[in-house]
Ligand binder design. Structure first.
Ligand code: HEC
Length: 118
């Protein structure tokens, strides 16, 4: 009986772990979500589904700044990490009203999350 219960508990715990691995946004995402939708339409900022691998400033129909449209960047691990750490240094003159995420670990988590958005 005891081992059955243990097995049931283990299964329940595994389910929880599984649910959490399914595209849970990191805490910092709440800040981004004020301006960005993970899925679907643009809000204050451009939609971020599929942003990894896309050229900067290329989501159709979003009114980007000239700086972003002309940035000549493709979003990948490196360019996203740089941009999220210091948006103005990476794309000078862009119009994202956000100062950057100072913590490198949080930046890495955000990039990992952005990669899951399709
Ligand atoms: C206050 C609103 C606001 C916040 C907060 C914000 N953004 Fe933005 N974001 C924007 C706007 C506006 C743009 C477009 C900037 C431009 O055109 O110069 C943008 C652009 C971007 C781009 C470039 C997208 C593309 O299509 O080229 C990425 C990536 C991005 N934001 C990610 C994030 C992440 C991740 C966070 C959270 C750490 C965040 N943003 C926080 C408003 C915001």
């Amino acid at each position: 009986m005891r081992s059955l219960l243990t097995a049931a508990c283990a299964a329940a715990l595994m389910n929880v772990a599984h649910a959490q691995s399914a595209v849970q946004p990191p805490k910092t995402w709440a800040t981004c979500a004020a301006c960005h939708a993970a899925q679907g339409a643009a809000s204050i900022g451009p939609p971020l589904a599929g942003v990894v691998g896309r050229k900067a400033g290329s989501s159709p129909g979003f009114g980007y700044s000239r700086a972003m449209k002309n940035a000549q960047l493709t979003w990948d691990d490196k360019t996203l990490a740089a941009f999220l750490s210091d948006p103005q240094l990476t794309v000078p003159g862009n119009r994202m009203p956000f100062g950057g995420v100072p913590d490198a670990g949080e930046v890495a988590e955000l990039v990992r999350y952005l990669k899951t958005l399709r």
